[in-house]
Design a protein around this ligand. Structure first.
Ligand SMILES: C[S@@+](CC[C@H](N)C(=O)[O-])C[C@H]1O[C@@H](n2cnc3c(N)ncnc32)[C@H](O)[C@@H]1O
Length: 206
């Protein structure tokens, strides 16, 4: 994940994370986070039936390979992103495949769904948000999920200051998702083609 050329970033610092910043990365093809297909962990969760057909939210969906993968196997997916080209590309891909999903172009910090979801699939969105806004984002995740619903998260590990992507150390994630959450099973390491890795975790909203 590299910075937008129009938004110089001080070493270890934070660019101005707006929709234009992200749109700029898509325009310039600087989308190192994009595997070009679903995360192998999503496939594993689906195959093991840890994640089963339900109403699911995908925040910061990007081009949304996971949205396509989930819609293909019968999930009722709502995907949110504020970068126009990401949303357009996802809508086009869904249409091309004759699949149905609700794709919303909106700022997640303004997003108020009519009803909570059964599950949330969080991949490379928390690490894309300014760490100063993490607790607000975590509160939104709690609000967007029904009690008993599950958060399927891939916590990005960079081991470095600055971003995006911002490091999501497990100790901090335990703090962030402590009250109102139960951690299910053990974190699993997932390699990322950008040379980083993610920790796949399942959390239940109690
Ligand atoms: C690193 S990309 C990851 C995209 C996708 N989840 C993936 O793994 O391919 C982060 C995405 O989050 C979106 N995003 C970041 N902050 C957002 C916000 N406040 N509201 C909506 N989308 C946001 C960006 O536009 C971008 O598409």
């Amino acid at each position: 994940m590299t910075a937008h050329a129009a938004s110089p970033v001080p070493p270890g610092g934070t660019p101005d994370l707006t929709s234009s910043f992200w749109q700029g990365l898509y325009d310039e093809g600087k989308t190192g986070w994009d595997r070009g297909g679903p995360n192998p962990m999503l496939r594993e969760w689906l195959e093991r039936r840890v994640l089963v057909e339900c109403g699911i939210l995908v925040p910061g969906c990007g081009r949304g390979h996971k949205v396509v993968a989930l819609a293909e196997v019968g999930f009722r997916v709502t995907a949110v992103d504020y970068a126009e080209s990401a949303v357009n590309s996802l809508r086009a891909e869904l249409a091309r495949r004759g699949l149905d999903a609700t794709v919303v172009q909106a700022d997640l910090f303004q997003f108020c769904p009519a009803a909570p979801f059964d599950a949330i699939y969080e991949q490379a969105c928390l690490c894309a948000i300014d760490p100063g806004q993490r607790s607000t984002y975590a509160q939104s995740l709690t609000r967007w999920l029904r009690p008993g619903g599950k958060l399927f998260s891939l916590f990005m590990q960079t081991g470095k200051p600055g971003g995006p992507p911002f490091h999501c150390p497990l100790e901090e994630m335990w703090e962030l998702f402590q009250t109102g959450w139960k951690w299910v099973g053990e974190p699993k390491r997932v390699e990322h083609p950008a040379g980083l890795h993610e920790l796949a975790c399942v959390l239940e909203r109690v």
